[in-house]
Design a protein around this ligand. Structure first.
Ligand code: SF4
Ligand code: FES
Length: 329
C-alpha cells in the first residue's frame, strides 16, 4: 500500500485511489462540486485544488491519483488561493439569490461560498441569464444558477441509463438542457435534484413549502420499489413535506426511485379516503368502521345466497400486507 502524507498526516492508502478519496477516508475536508463518489470523475469545477509537493501548480484532488511518498497540502496558502480563485469565478455568473432559492440552507455552493468566497464581488459587469426549461412535473429549473458540474448529466448516463440531460454550447454559452426530448422521464429523475450542488434543479412538488432546517426527519423503508430502499421522511408540523433517500450501500446506495420519493403527496391529497363510506340510495355517506364492516358482511351474505364462494372475488390494493391478503381470502 502506498504511503502518502496529507497536511502532515501519514496515511496508507490503497493504490489507484484519487487524492480526494484518500482525504475523505481520513476525514480531511476538501471542497468540491462536480466530484461524487458514485459517479465518474469529470474534474470540471476545479474547486478541489490542492498543493502537491514538486507539482508546478495546484492539482484537482478528484482527478489526481495518489503515488507513493506523495505530500499533499489542502490548506496551504497556494491551495487556498486556488480554491478561493475558483469560487470567485463560479460566483461571477451565479446569482446571489439564496434568500429566495429553495436550496438555501442545504446548498454546497452557499456553504462553500461562506468558506472560500469574498464579502464583495470584484465583478461589476452583468451576470449571464439562462432561460428556464420546463422539464416535467417533478423537477423545477432555475438554469441561471447552474455551475455546469455535469453531475445531473453523468447520473443520467451512468446510473439511470438514459441520457436525458446534456450540455450544449461552450464557455459562457454552455447550457444544461434536454436536447433530445423535452422532459426528463426517467423513473429515477429525483436523484438529479439531490445531486445538483446549487439550486438549478429543485424538487417541484416540495419547493417553497418549507425550509430544510424546519423539518423533522424520520427513518423509513420504501413501500414501492420491492428492494426496501432506505429513506428519510421529512415533515413540518406533522405534515409530510418530502422524502429523501437514506444512504445504505447494501441496498439503494444513495438513490431513490421517483415513486418512493414523490408518492407522499397522496397522504395530503383531497381525494384520500380517511373514513369508511357506505352507499345508500345512490349517495356516499360517511360512517364508522363498525357500521361499515356490518354492512359489508350483510352484502357478502346476500351474494352468497345466490352464488358459491368460488364465484366471489375481491379487489385488494397492492400495497396491502401479506397478512391482509390472507385475511381477505
Ligand atoms: S443543473 Fe445542477 S447538477 Fe446539473 S450541471 Fe447544473 S449545477 Fe450541475
Ligand atoms: S471536485 Fe474536483 S474538479 Fe470538481
Amino acid at each position: 500500500m502506498p504511503t502518502i502524507e496529507i497536511d502532515g498526516r501519514k496515511l496508507e492508502v490503497e493504490a489507484g485511489k484519487m487524492v480526494i478519496q484518500a482525504a475523505d477516508e481520513a476525514g480531511i475536508y476538501i471542497p468540491r462540486f462536480c466530484y461524487h463518489s458514485k459517479l465518474s470523475v469529470a474534474a470540471n469545477c476545479r474547486m478541489c485544488m490542492v498543493e502537491i509537493e514538486k507539482a508546478p501548480k495546484p492539482m484537482p484532488a478528484c482527478a489526481t491519483p495518489i503515488t507513493d511518498g506523495m505530500k499533499i497540502f489542502t490548506f496551504s496558502p497556494l491551495a487556498v488561493e486556488a480554491q478561493k480563485g475558483t469560487m470567485e469565478f463560479l460566483l461571477i455568473n451565479h446569482p446571489l439569490d439564496c434568500p429566495v432559492c429553495d436550496q438555501g440552507g442545504e446548498c454546497p455552493l452557499q456553504d462553500q461560498a461562506m468558506g472560500y468566497g469574498k464579502d464583495v464581488s470584484r465583478f461589476t459587469e452583468n451576470k449571464r441569464v439562462v432561460k428556464d426549461k420546463d422539464i416535467g412535473p417533478l423537477i423545477a429549473t432555475e438554469m441561471t444558477r447552474c455551475i455546469h458540474c455535469t453531475r445531473c448529466v453523468r447520473f443520467g448516463q451512468e446510473v439511470a441509463g438514459m441520457m436525458e440531460l446534456g450540455a450544449i454550447g461552450r464557455g459562457e454559452h454552455m447550457e444544461i438542457g434536454t436536447y433530445v426530448g423535452s422532459s426528463v422521464d426517467s423513473e429515477l429523475s429525483g436523484n438529479m435534484v439531490d445531486l445538483c450542488p446549487v439550486g438549478a434543479l429543485t424538487n417541484k412538488p416540495y419547493r417553497f413549502t418549507a425550509r430544510s432546517w424546519e423539518l423533522a426527519a424520520e427513518f423509513g423503508v420504501s413501500p414501492h420499489d420491492c428492494v426496501g430502499s432506505n429513506l428519510e421522511i421529512h415533515s413540518l408540523r406533522n405534515v409530510v413535506k418530502r422524502v429523501l433517500p437514506a444512504e445504505n450501500d447494501e441496498i439503494n446506495e444513495c438513490w431513490l426511485s421517483d415513486r418512493d420519493r414523490f408518492s407522499y403527496q397522496s397522504f395530503n391529497s383531497g381525494d384520500r379516503l380517511l373514513v369508511p363510506k357506505i352507499r345508500e340510495a345512490g349517495k356516499w355517506i360517511e360512517t364508522d368502521w363498525e357500521t361499515a364492516l356490518r354492512y359489508t358482511v350483510q352484502g357478502i351474505r346476500a351474494v352468497l345466497q345466490h352464488h358459491s364462494a368460488q364465484q366471489v372475488g375481491a379487489l385488494v390494493t397492492p400495497t396491502a400486507t401479506l397478512e391482509e391478503f390472507h385475511l381477505t381470502q
